[in-house]
Design a protein around this ligand. Sequence first.
Ligand SMILES: Cc1cc2nc3c(=O)[nH]c(=O)nc-3n(C[C@H](O)[C@H](O)[C@H](O)COP(=O)(O)O)c2cc1C
Length: 380
Amino acid sequence: MDQALTIADLKDRARRRVPKMFFEYADSGAWTEGTYRANEDDFHKVKLRQRVLVDMTNRSLESEMIGEKVSMPVALAPTGFTGMQHADGEMLAAQAAEEFGVPFTLSTMSICSIEDVRSVTSKPFWFQLYVMQDKEFVHNLIDRAKAAGCSALVLTLDLQILGQRHKDLRNGLSAPPRFTPKHLWQMATRPFWCLDMLGTKRRTFGNIVGHAKGVKDLSSLSSWTSEQFDPQLSWKDIEWIRDRWGGKLILKGILDEEDARMSLDSGADAIIVSNHGGRQLDGAASSISMLPRIVDAVGDRMEVHLDGGIRSGQDVLKALCYGAKGTHIGRPFLYGLGAGGKAGVRRALEIIRKELDVTMALCGERDVKNLSRKNLHTDL
Ligand SMILES: Cc1cc2nc3c(=O)[nH]c(=O)nc-3n(C[C@H](O)[C@H](O)[C@H](O)COP(=O)(O)O)c2cc1C
C-alpha cells in the first residue's frame, strides 16, 4: 500500500481488483456524469495563497465535527454496497476510521448491518438514514442505530427518487451479484476479490433483509428497494425523525441557499453541502462552487460540511477555507477499500492527511482551524 501515493493510484488498483460492475458502481454519476466531473474539476479552479517565512513548526490538523473530536476534519461518507468493493467492507472501513480518529458513516443500503459494524468497533459511528415508505421499518432502523450507540444520524434528502446511472443499468448491477456468464467472467478475472468474498456470509443488504416486512429473499428485496424510497418526504418529516432519534442530526444533500436557510429552523446540528457525488441530479452545480454562498447564507448559526469531488488533502483545505467545518469523502475511501481492504482505507486517509498538512504549511498556517478565505486567491 505504501507505493500508492495518490487517491488516483488507489483508484487504479481498485479497478484491477474489484469486478467491473462494482468498481463502476463507485466510479459513476447520473446520466452524462457532468456534475460528477464538475465536483472534481471545480476544485482545481480554486487557487491557494502561498506564504513564506512563517514558522511552520507544531502544526495541528485536529478539529471538531458536530462537537466530536477528529484527528482531521474528514469523515467517511455513507456509501451503499460498500461490502461489494471488498468483503465485509463496512466493518473494515469503520475500523480504519476509528483507528485514524475520524467519523465513519454507515449507509442504510450497506451490506454489513448496523449490528455487524457495532460488533467490530469500540467508538460510536454515524448512521445514514434513507426514509422509506414503510415507516415501521424506518422507526426500527432509527431505534437500531440508537441501540448501537451511533452518535449522529445523517438524514439524506437528495434521494427521494433514484437518479439514473447508465453504467449500473448496462452492468446489470445487483446484490448479491448475479451469475450470468458476463458477471461470472467479471468475477473470475478478480480472484482475490472472490476469495475474500467466499470467506464472508455478508453479501446482501444487511440492514434490510430480515428486518423489512416481506423481505426474506432476493427477489422480494429488489422489488422492495426499488419501490420504497419515499417521494413525499418533506421538511415536516424532519420533526418526527428528530424526535424519534433524539441525538445529533445532520442533513445531507443541501445544494441551494434557500434550502440551507430553511434548514436553520429544522433543529439539525449540521448540513452537508452535497449533490450525492453527482449521482442524482446531473446538471446540478458542483458542491465546492455552492459552498461559499451556503456558508454565507447560514452564517455561524449552523455547522456546514461539504462532500463531493474531494480527491486530495488540498481539496479538503479549500473546502475548509471557504468555511466548511468538516468534509466527507466517498470514492477516495472506496477506492482504498477496493485496492486493499482496511489497509487501503488507512492509506487513503494517510494520503489525504499528508497533503492537507503540507499544503497548510506552505500556505503559512499551522492550525487547520485558522484556515479561511484569506488563504485563497479567488472567489468562485
Ligand atoms: C458508490 C456510492 C454509493 C453511495 N451510497 C450512498 C448512500 O447509500 N447514502 C447516501 O446518503 N449517500 C451515498 N452516496 C453519496 C456519498 O455519501 C457522498 O455524498 C459522495 O460519495 C461524495 O462524493 P465523492 O464520492 O466524490 O467523495 C454514495 C456514493 C457512492 C460513490
